[in-house]
Design a protein around this ligand. Structure first.
Ligand SMILES: Nc1ncnc2c1ncn2[C@@H]1O[C@H](COP(=O)(O)OP(=O)(O)OP(=O)(O)O)[C@@H](O)[C@H]1O
Length: 334
């Protein structure tokens, strides 16, 4: 294995589910690279193709086209070797609720071929590491959601993988549990040198946790870089306006859109936004135009670009809107 091989190389991955009129092109030439020892985020709305990508990289599914390597090893040609290098924590809980935390971990270790003694020692170490030593003696089904997610992550680490895949790790957790898990994930890369690939549809999660990220839309990477690079590449500001009355939205769009120096006005309901080179210079003109048209505002502000703006710029629609459309589509498919 070449020493300098990236932790992940995905090249032009393609995957279609179903045939004919019902075919879903989940991946349409998706490529990205992950450096070892970093937290990499695949950020995209529901249905973008994140889980399909992870399933291919973890050898659970095969791509129709393209290729992928994990630490230089091809996932299709040598799935067994790849599996030894990786841990995978899926969206669904993987633990047995009627076994204790310790029993879950020991069983996982045994499945990976560890002796009873080694499995117990590793399990005890991981429980301590995640602050679960006390809880480890209780049935996992009685734990809080945040503790259960940590147990899933610990199970993925039992065989000491070099790389950990986390599919939507904090979905369903309350904000406090989410922040706690973020801290644990960051620590895995920083202290243990583990490479972590996580998928998320939370902009804040990608912004906070990923040292690099790829934004995925409709089965391909629309842009990639550090969160700061992606935001500063956009340049300029975003003007955000919340209307007092949603019924004014169409008129407000037209009025704001006519102010010189503004990009396209987008948004949903009474919340509108537009890109502009210098927000402070243009804002007075926006306020004057709205006032002249008799449109009342609940709030207005100028902000530096967010990852939502990055997504909007590259995908042509807002992240929240795309996430909702993805959800609706998934509901229809189910
Ligand atoms: N087994 C399958 N059969 C048919 N269609 C599928 C299958 N798995 C995924 N899809 C479809 O492929 C597309 C990509 O799905 P995928 O789960 O990879 O997206 P995602 O970005 O992970 O979304 P989510 O956040 O909802 O998991 C979606 O349109 C989904 O409905």
């Amino acid at each position: 294995m070449p020493a300098a091989a990236p932790a992940i190389e995905a090249v032009e991955l393609g995957k279609t589910y179903g045939k004919g009129a019902k075919a879903v092109h989940a991946l349409a030439g998706l490529s990205f690279t992950v450096e070892p020892g970093t937290v990499f985020g695949l950020l995209g709305p529901n249905g973008a193709g994140k889980s399909t990508t992870v399933r291919i990289l973890t050898t659970l599914s095969r791509p129709d086209t393209g290729r992928a390597r994990v630490h230089g090893i091809d996932v299709v040609q040598h799935p067994e070797q790849v599996r030894r290098l990786i841990g995978y924590v899926s969206q669904k809980p993987g633990f047995d609720p009627v076994a204790t935390g310790l029993e879950n971990l020991v069983l996982q270790g045994r499945i990976h071929g560890a002796s009873a003694r080694d499995a117990r020692s590793r399990a005890t170490g991981l429980l301590e590491r995640f602050g679960l030593t006390e809880a480890g003696r209780r049935l996992a089904g009685t734990w809080s959601g945040g503790m259960q997610r940590k147990l899933d992550v610990a199970m993925g680490l039992m065989h000491r993988p070099r790389m950990l895949f986390l599919d939507e790790p904090t979905t369903g957790l309350d904000p406090e549990a989410r922040r706690e898990l973020w801290a644990e994930i960051a620590r895995l890369a920083r202290q243990d040198g583990l490479t972590v690939l996580l998928t998320t549809h939370y902009l804040e999660e990608a912004d906070h946790l990923a040292s690099r990220l790829a934004i995925v839309d409709a089965g391909r990477v629309v842009t990639a870089g550090t969160p700061d690079q992606l935001k500063s590449a956009l340049g300029g500001d975003t003007i955000r306006a919340a209307l007092a009355r949603r019924s004014d939205a169409d008129r407000a769009r037209a009025v704001i859109g006519a102010v010189p120096g503004l990009g396209a006005v987008v948004g949903e309901g009474g919340a509108l936004q537009a890109r502009v080179a210098d927000g402070a210079a243009v804002l007075p003109g926006v306020l004057a135009a709205l006032e002249a048209a008799g449109i009342e505002l609940a709030s207005v502000g100028v902000a530096r670009p967010s990852l939502d703006d990055v997504y909007l710029h590259h995908a042509g629609r807002s992240f929240v809107e795309a996430d909702r459309l993805g959800n609706d589509r998934e509901a229809v498919l189910r």
